[in-house]
Design a protein around this ligand. Sequence first.
Ligand code: SF4
Ligand code: SF4
Ligand code: SF4
Length: 272
Amino acid sequence: MTELPPNTAKKMGLVIDLDTCVGCHACVISCKGWNTENYGAPLSDQDAYGADPAGTFLNRVHSFEVQPAATAAQPAPAAQLIHFPKSCLHCEDAPCVTVCPTGASYKRVEDGIVLVNESDCIGCGLCAWSCPYGARELDLAEGVMKKCTLCVDRIYNENLPEVDRVPSCVRTCPAGARHFGDLGDPDSAVSQLVVERGGMDLMPEMGTKPVNKYLPPRPKDKLEEQIDILAPLLAPVTETPGGFLGWLDKALDKLPGQSSGQSSDQSSGGTA
Ligand code: SF4
Ligand code: SF4
Ligand code: SF4
């Protein structure tokens, strides 16, 4: 049994936008890349290119197709793809810490980050069993527990340019779907974002009080009428063209081998 700090000075965490995540897995790769060479390294792989590959990842993306319920306004709503990145949520009431028999799992007082001291980890797996989110992975090569470190070796690292002092996944995400900051400070950019977008806890009924938040997908736009998006582009060749197109049409029409009259779009390849 390991104790949690009653309070932490900060609540550093991630805000993940399910509306803009495109499921590209760039965060998964950058997380694996950074963490397999830095704090808590290595993250092992088994049979990586074989028939039954396995490996340790601190961040994974799961994709789901969701079918919204039919309503009177939308009797046949389109299905939505939701990409759901998942890593440790650095919970305030982290059961993975309190269940740890050696004190290897702990929550930092200064910033609330949950970490594993691997030299004290005996690989019993109790923390993985107690985590309701499946956010811990036992490294099969080392026999110790691995989890998201919130890139603790980047965010305070004065050897890195300031722009890189954020988690690797946040720095990498091409969609800008991942945000990092102090969720204990109501004035921080991440806290404001959570308020604006109705950020939510994952499985709040578990009582873990996750620090990380998820921003829900926005409802999809609904077109009141069908729009033919090609119509404006085709209009110049379906009517008698004027301006430059008119001049070009007449000029091409005078080339040898062209019949008189409107040449339309066939004129561009008609002289060969
Ligand atoms: S998400 Fe799981 S591993 Fe992370 S702090 Fe919460 S209970 Fe622990
Ligand atoms: S914060 Fe760091 S360790 Fe955690 S998921 Fe992102 S890249 Fe991985
Ligand atoms: S990198 Fe960004 S967009 Fe790509 S899967 Fe991760 S969170 Fe989603």
